[in-house]
Design a protein around this ligand. Sequence first.
Ligand code: HPA
Length: 273
Amino acid sequence: MNYIEKIDESAKYVLSKLNSKPQIGIILGSGLGDLAEQVEDAVVIDYKDIPNFPVSTVAGHKGRLVIGKLEGKRVVAMQGRFHFYEGYPLEEVTFPIRVMKAIGVETIIVTNAAGGVNRNFKPGDLMIIRDHINFTGKNPLLGKNYDELGPRFLDMTNAYDKELIDIAKKSANNIGVNLREGTYMWLTGPTYETPAEINLAEVVGAGAVGMSTVPEVIIARHGGMKVLGISCITNMAAGILDKPLNHEEVMETSERVKETFQKLVKEIVKNIH
Ligand code: HPA
């Protein structure tokens, strides 16, 4: 089976479980998966049951699609995503995005846990992604281009939709959340960065660093979907503060801000036309 046939087969399976097509896709980052519990009239599909889907391995990541209504909009939430550092090829990391497109999704909200590079940020801040820097040298579009899925040479000028950023800001304002903004820099992980790398990230204007999101955004844009990105700043990046990093801090912070995060995403979903 070729790539296109695989996408079609997965999409058909997902659609066979649904009465109506979702409009908005939400990718839930590390520690942010609980938002899926708020989806109403949910149809839950385990990744392992979807033909051709990869299966997630990281502790704290559930592997399922939760499809239903959030704030009156039809959504599909990915509870658990695939990371390049887990060893999945980027074609697999981004496969769910292709399937989302194939089942009718037009807008994607991508979320992640990230390390704060901007010294004005503090752990617990939420950052709207204005742009990104791919610092990996990897790209999910390397190789054969499927012209029926999108263009060979993809414009990334407005990868992060201006109108969605506006909606996010207004939504944050409505609910009294102080939103940050910045550029997200993707490194493969799984090591956290060195202080020297964070120094470089700061010099090139990154607001935050993380190990996900960029491949999914590239594929969403390839498929012509609109993208909004939100980073939860779970820790200050290496060397910004005089202390070592650990995964526990990342999980603790996302746990602490998850209610605000959920409120914000719901308000954004409500305000997307
Ligand atoms: N670096 C990279 N990825 C991350 C970090 C970080 O400091 N925090 C959460 N995800």
